[in-house]
Design a protein around this ligand. Sequence first.
Ligand code: ZN
Length: 244
Amino acid sequence: MTKILVVSDIHANLAALEAVLIDAGEVDEIWCLGDVVGYGPDPNACVERIRDLPGLTCLTGNHDVAAMGEMPLAAFNSDAKRSLLWQKEQLSEENMDFLRSRPRDLTVRGEASLVHGSPRDPIWEYVLNTLVARMNLTYFETPWCFVGHSHFQAVFQYLEADDEFTIEVPRPGMVYAMKDRAIFNPGSVGQPRDRDPRAAYALYHPEMKQWEPRRVEYDIRAVQERILAAGLPPRHAERLAGGW
Ligand code: ZN
């Protein structure tokens, strides 16, 4: 049986990424929905860890684009901006090249569209509610679309009879039977914002058509110390403990 690890928004948090890779166990492929860098203390180490994973498909996210210097930083708040300038300074040429060569969207296995934001606006739009999910339905042709960006673990399933989406926030241990059309968000590895500070990710089981959102604990305090030691905004350390 094929098992695919779906991650997003690692945000330079190596400890969280390592915890996810261990918790996921052996997988056939890894799909990363962008924002490998931004916010956290380990941009180079995260790019290198991701880059070297076998079976990797990796997109670009808004923070990756900004760290490469290919987007005006005015779009970000002042703390995010400060962190992005630091990331840009830190990133090696080789790691910049890796980020630069990432696609913005992709169809994989003929059944899933991958984007960072939304199918309609792959870099910037947040799919946070059923209205936005509904408006995006005509922008992807595959049964499923996997998105990141919001840092919220969520499942949006389309009910054809009602021409409507439902939204579900996964509880621990839930495994979803994937309906004919749906949008899935694995949550954020390195900076969850759904008030659960544990690293978020998902396993996708294509033959069984199952989506399995998961959470795993990691050493948040150690990452907070590294953020502060690097002179990054203290707010980015604080929020990790609360998951906001
Ligand atoms: Zn992000």
